[in-house]
Design a protein around this ligand. Sequence first.
Ligand code: AP5
Ligand code: MG
Length: 218
Amino acid sequence: MPIYIVLLGPPGAGKGTQAQIISKELNLPHISSGDIFRENLKNQTELGIIAERYMTRGELVPDDITISMIHDRLSREDCKPGSLLDGFPRTPAQAAALDNTLAEFRGKVNAVPYIKVPQEVLIERLTGRWTCRAEGHIFHDRFNPPRQKGVCDYDGSQLYQRDDDTEETVKNRIHVYFKQTMPLIDYYRQAGLLLEVDGRQPIEKVGADLIYAISKSI
Ligand code: AP5
Ligand code: MG
């Protein structure tokens, strides 16, 4: 049976940072809806051009577009053993669509780790974030600095700041998260799948807590 893990948490909680650790540990591909949109934008595909309109404002890309994109991605060969989802689902309609998609693959959501971080920490995390051009490795000016400023430790590629990491857009992303994504916390808690982890701890400790909680529940 495939294993599907859904990582939940507000913008800047550390979903991408932790997914890079956990996906290796669990041997599951890391599927980030935000990364797929950014990749499409870089390649100027039709999907990327549509998504950009929403992303630059910190709004969600419409459900139908996002759901069909994730369905395609999860249908690929590398997702046969399952996957670690980061940034999807983000609305109740997406969560329902995911349940249907996984049933198609004879699977279900097995665990939903929720990285809890208070709102006041998020703006500083996002406005200080640096991301690598090649593979999306994640750094921070203060909390996780690269060895050499502007250069990725892992592949030597250039680090950049995301267009949606300005203070104004970050505030809207947080607002959108509370309005549209928070209901999923209750949805998965009621399903008995939610695993709460304190995301204010150092990166390695959050990773260890996540792996422990996931391993116990799957
Ligand atoms: P997406 O790319 O998913 O962005 P997000 O959810 O806003 O989350 P982030 O990637 O900003 O944060 P993160 O939790 O991954 O944190 P990170 O590990 O980088 O989505 C972008 C946009 O795409 C959306 O706004 C929307 O437009 C669109 N989109 C995507 N999915 C969609 C969907 N399903 N439906 C519709 N639209 C969708 O960490 C942040 C910083 O903190 C880093 O600098 C890191 O080094 C630092 N850090 C991490 N952990 C710690 C720690 N423990 N202590 C100190 N610093 C830490
Ligand atoms: Mg991310």
